[in-house]
Write a protein that binds this ligand. Structure first.
Ligand SMILES: *[C@@H]1O[C@H](CO)[C@@H](O)[C@H](O)[C@H]1NC(C)=O
Ligand SMILES: *[C@@H]1O[C@H](CO)[C@@H](O)[C@H](O)[C@H]1NC(C)=O
Ligand SMILES: *[C@@H]1O[C@H](CO)[C@@H](O)[C@H](O)[C@H]1NC(C)=O
Length: 331
């Protein structure tokens, strides 16, 4: 009898503390990144990097703002965590910002790690982290007013830092990527990403997924387009050192090459028949069956089926190491 009462009491406490989602694996997912995880921030910014028009969102009730035909990587990861898809930070009113406790995305297409990377007024990583600072210091205390509870909430939540593709794009980086020896350029990016992650950590975050951005095989430095390999090869050690320095932090590296090589080696396993052509070439017409394509547009954006595979490969597959997201959230 007493036992029953205790259980009832405990479950009641659980529900009331988490005015959140009861069966979610983490309280929230916060997203930093570029177009692969932007959910509409750019649509509200003065930048030429836009997905604010049809056929972007064609397989997602025509909701525009995502750089694909449907859902993106962050949407799928949030869904696997039983959380709502993270809304775009800039698309929330002040009242919504104060009430949203399941996470959001600060990601912005065409932007990157360095403040010099980006087209127009997209949000640089430092600006994204400034917005998160505002979320933690101004908005969240309205919904979670106990300080200890807020720290618990932040420590148990998941942080996706999926950025750096544009720092390796000649045009988006304003040519900076070729101005440095590749090893030095990787160090420059890693220093900045380390600095920003440390700020996120100091605000209370502990569990991070960080993108190793390369589409090239490990240590394959031979082709100019594989400069990003220097970053990818150095990232695991950088994060290991950071984990030692930042008490209680946990990092996992998201190796996108693993995703890319799996899909390209056996596209038929994913129902993909076209790896090369964009489904929607700018100015052209959109392909009738998006689920058969790997690339959505002629930039680097992929189709929903590719993003779904990418999310699965990190959640339970082999793309994220040393921990899958499924293990990271339990750690
Ligand atoms: C922005 O918010 C409005 C109102 O809630 C919604 O209708 C719209 O779909 C949102 N846009 C994006 C890109 O999520
Ligand atoms: C999406 O927009 C296209 C083009 O305007 C239209 O043909 C289609 O019916 C719309 N689909 C939905 C689900 O609203
Ligand atoms: C490394 O890059 C070269 C040049 O593109 C390519 O031919 C080779 O297959 C790559 N090696 C691996 C292991 O991916």
């Amino acid at each position: 009898m007493e036992r029953k009462i205790l259980i009832l009491f405990l479950s009641f406490c659980f529900v009331s503390h988490q005015s959140l989602i009861v069966n979610a694996l983490v309280p929230a997912v916060y997203v930093f990144g570029d177009s692969h995880v932007d959910a509409g921030n750019n649509a509200l910014l003065d930048t030429p990097a836009q997905a604010n028009r049809w056929p972007y969102g064609i397989d997602f009730n025509n909701i525009t703002g995502r750089f694909t035909n449907g859902k993106n990587i962050a949407d799928f990861i949030a869904t696997y965590l039983n959380l709502p898809m993270p809304p775009a930070y800039l698309n929330l009113t002040d009242a919504q910002k104060s009430q949203t406790t399941t996470g959001m995305t600060y990601a912005s297409g065409s932007c990157g790690i360095l403040t010099t990377t980006g087209a127009g007024k997209c949000l640089r990583l430092a600006q994204q982290v400034d917005s998160f600072t505002s979320t933690v210091t101004k908005d969240l205390p309205n919904a979670v007013n106990d300080r200890g509870q807020l720290q618990q909430y932040l420590a148990n939540s998941l942080y996706l830092v999926l950025i750096g593709n544009n720092d390796y794009n000649e045009k988006m980086s304003q040519g900076k990527v070729t101005q440095y020896p590749p090893s030095d350029y990787a160090d420059l990016l890693l220093n900045e990403v380390t600095k920003q992650i440390t700020t996120i950590y100091n605000l209370g975050a502990r569990k991070f997924v960080v993108l190793g951005i390369s589409y090239c095989a490990p240590q394959n430095y031979t082709i100019p387009d594989c400069r990003s390999r220097y970053y990818a090869d150095k990232l695991p050690q950088t994060l290991q050192q950071l984990e030692c320095k930042l008490t209680g932090s946990k990092f996992t590296v998201y190796d996108y090459y693993q995703v890319y090589s799996k899909i390209t080696a056996n596209p038929q396993n994913y129902g993909i028949t076209n790896l090369v052509d964009p489904c929607y070439p700018e100015g052209g017409s959109v392909c009738p069956d998006r689920s058969k394509y790997f690339r959505f547009d002629q930039y680097s954006h992929q189709t929903q089926v590719a993003y779904e595979t990418a999310a699965k490969e990190c959640f339970t597959g082999t793309a994220c190491s040393p921990l899958t997201i499924s293990d990271l959230v339990k750690a």
